[in-house]
Design a protein around this ligand. Structure first.
Ligand code: GRF
Length: 202
């Protein structure tokens, strides 16, 4: 086997929104000067929202997209056969708002990760997403927040934690300014953590 190039891990990103994290993750795969021996390649964007910004990002990078429907996602094997058929080996959630169903978690055990815009276990769980998280944190008078990258299990925002980074909150901060701080932490760390995880996975 020596001398043979390893294949990059084939990744699907699941996203429902603007896709700024998805874009940074895609850019990470373009940084390799050799271009043929990346640790991972983003081969599919899975999205549940027609018109979401992440679909434009996929198009700009020539990445295949799969628009999914709620009824099929939560029924039986859902989209597992389609993902397997496409050779997807690892799933990254980046602003994906539906709960991941148990069969999909079992089909990709320890191969699905998520980023949450707070320091779990605080400010996680059902209903805690997007701006609601930042509003709750500011309303509670917290002096710090941060990001959590974690494996996905069958409970919302519950799987084992891979990485956390924090930021301070000062008196002037609003949910909007906190969201900006969090996004910049996400953009700095999520691509790097993914690269590290998938390098070890090979
Ligand atoms: C991020 O803040 C992420 O933590 C949360 O959803 C947001 C997605 O933002 N789960 P974007 O679509 O990547 O810009």
């Amino acid at each position: 086997m020596s001398g043979q190039k390893k294949m990059p891990v084939s990744v699907a990103i699941f996203a429902s929104g603007a896709g700024s994290n998805a874009e940074r993750i895609i850019e990470q795969t373009l940084l390799n000067p050799d271009g043929e021996n990346e640790d991972f390649s983003v081969d599919l964007i899975v999205c549940n929202k027609p018109g979401a910004g992440v679909l434009n990002i996929a198009a700009n990078h020539g990445i295949e997209t799969m628009l999914i429907e709620k009824e099929q996602f939560f029924r039986g094997d859902g989209y597992i056969p389609a993902l397997k058929e496409k050779g997807i080996q690892f799933i990254i959630l980046a602003g994906f708002l539906w709960k991941v169903p148990a069969p999909l978690i079992r089909a990709y055990t320890n191969k699905i990760i998520n980023i949450h815009p707070a320091l779990l276990p605080k400010y996680g769980g059902k209903g805690m997403y997007g701006d609601k998280v930042h509003q709750a944190i500011i309303a509670a008078g917290e002096r710090e927040s941060g990001i959590t990258i974690h494996y996905v299990d069958e409970l919302y925002d519950h799987g084992s934690i891979i990485f956390q980074a924090n930021c301070t909150i000062d008196d002037q901060d609003t949910p909007e300014s906190l969201a900006k701080k969090i996004h910049s932490l996400e953009h700095r760390h999520y691509p790097e953590i993914i690269k590290g995880l998938l390098k070890d996975a090979k």
